[in-house]
Design a protein around this ligand. Structure first.
Ligand code: ATP
Ligand code: FE
Length: 335
């Protein structure tokens, strides 16, 4: 079974080919244009997708060493995401499936971030059902109870900002280029996590909140800069380490609560923030400390990619869950 996956929900144009769940090619064109604006500009993202989509798909098919006529089906991201961006991938997928007379398969991007763990990879174990998925990305922060491939329930999520968003906004306050997440992580590794204590939010159930942390950071920096205009420069590593320490604590505390509540001890993370060294270390430690089994995907399957779309397509293909040509993109699309 050859599945072509197409992803265009945000600012990455991506295409991948899987053969029976194994990677044949995985191509991503990241849009650099947004860096100068300090965040994704939807209008520019749609335009860049228009430019990138044909070459990216060509490359994915070529790298896979197949012809487009060998494809069994085309899977595409239907949502959630930016409407203008989604429309490019959706329209392209529909036309291509119609031209090749092969099935079209719609995919939920958030489901794909979780099911990325099922891409066939040597040295990577797949989680066993039921497991808890922690999806941490630029737009989402969710704990999902995954009972089966397509039986998922969100049991906790952020009430305001997503983790990645908090990282990027704090990055901006620290005068770091966009996206700030990876840079904060880099500096955090060299700083003292206990240098500056930040308050943890008091949120009920399994939900999260990150806007309070962002505001405390803002006030903290304003206060310190009044006393010392070079405060950020002089303390960057310690500030980053303290911020990261707080974020990891917030995430781990909720995971512990979720494990207690559900009795499920297998945890699989996904989304761009799962590249974070702090959360990775905490999850590896949790295996010994709490007896959890934790799964951390390969880096290229954490940020937006089309291989994760194709693997969902693969499982839907096995179930013969096909979409018809009247299907539309959905900016908001819950699990
Ligand atoms: P969504 O999947 O919710 O639509 P998205 O696709 O924009 O959101 P991803 O591409 O999955 O998000 O992740 C991007 C986010 O991950 C950015 O906010 C970025 O700062 C953050 N990020 C990437 N690497 C790291 C890291 N090492 N530490 C912290 N944050 C990181
Ligand atoms: Fe994503």
């Amino acid at each position: 079974i050859y599945i072509l996956g197409i992803e265009s929900s945000c600012d990455d144009t991506a295409a991948a080919v899987l053969c029976n769940g194994k990677i044949k090619s995985n191509v991503v064109a990241t849009q650099k244009i947004h860096e100068e604006y300090g965040g994704v500009v939807p209008e520019l993202a749609s335009r860049a997708h228009q430019q990138n989509i044909v070459p990216v798909i060509h490359q994915a098919i070529e790298k896979a060493g197949i012809k487009k006529e060998d494809l069994s089906a085309i899977a595409f991201t239907r949502g959630p995401g930016l409407m203008g961006s989604l429309l490019v991938g959706t329209s392209f997928a529909k036309s291509m499936a119609a031209a090749l007379k092969i099935p079209l398969i719609e995919v939920n991007h958030m489901q794909a971030h979780i099911l990325a763990h099922f891409i066939e990879e040597e040295d990577f174990e797949k989680p066993n059902f039921p497991f808890l998925g922690l999806t941490i990305s630029g737009g989402h922060t969710q704990i999902v109870k995954v009972s089966d491939f397509f039986k998922m329930e969100v049991i906790g999520e952020t009430l305001d900002d997503a983790v990645g968003e908090a990282y990027d906004k704090c990055g901006k306050m620290l005068n770091l280029p966009y996206p700030g997440g990876p840079l904060i992580d880099k500096y955090a590794k060299e700083g003292n996590p206990k240098a500056f204590p930040f308050p943890k939010p008091n949120v009920k159930n399994l939900d999260f909140s990150f806007s309070g942390l962002k505001t405390s950071m803002l006030y903290f920096l304003e206060r310190e800069e009044k006393k010392n205009p070079d405060f950020i420069e002089e303390n960057l590593k310690d500030i980053c380490a303290s911020f990261q320490y707080t974020v990891v604590k917030i995430l781990m505390d909720k995971l512990k609560k979720a494990v207690k509540q559900t009795g499920v001890k297998e945890i699989a993370i996904g989304g761009g923030v799962s590249a974070n060294s702090g959360i990775r270390t905490a999850l590896i430690d949790a295996q010994e400390r709490f007896g959890w089994k934790t799964y951390i995907p390969k880096f290229e399957y954490t940020t937006d990619n089309a291989a994760m779309i194709a693997i969902v397509g693969h499982y839907k293909y096995l179930n013969k869950e096909f979409s018809d040509a009247s299907i539309t993109a959905q900016a908001r699309y819950s699990l």
